[in-house]
Design a protein around this ligand. Sequence first.
Ligand SMILES: [Zn+2]
Length: 200
Amino acid sequence: MKRFLAAVAAALLAAATPAGAEVVDVVVQAGHEGRPASCAPNHVRACNIGASSAAGREILWTPIVADAMTARLRAAGLRVARRPADYPEHDTARIAIFIHFDGSEPACASGSSAGFPPSTSHAFVAAWERAYRARFPYRFVGENISSNEEHYYGFHKVDAPQKMLIEYGEITCPAQAAWLAPRLRELGNLTAQFVIGQLH
Ligand SMILES: [Zn+2]
């Protein structure tokens, strides 16, 4: 009977989930990945392809962080939906992380920051800030520092109690970019460890 009820519950959940959507532990989105090609088919008007500088391009960095993070989470036995910038699915997860690097004019006016919707617990965001401040030797600029961060479109693509956009640092600041560039996989691992800690 128990097994039957579990099967019924799974069938109901599957029926309530739109085609292609996933029920997972973690959604990992690489900011800007797949653009600009993904914008038109997904009806995205503000097709922001991300920050760039002589040191690198955000759109090339975010997938490296996201892939390292995903590999570490899956190695820990967690279910992960690894998403690009634009996609039709609407996922359900426990935690959703959106990976970005900031750009600034003038250069070096920014640093690391975090964006999150009102539904996300502040303790979750504060725990991330503590973990990342211990590692990142540059400025932490703040929380929801721009409208793009506070009202990030990606937050509407997933149902999850905890959703957070991470700006790991400023790619247009030479000193920050020089620190970030050789550490992209490490940033993914660090974020995965944080997520694993939050899920246990
Ligand atoms: Zn970005």
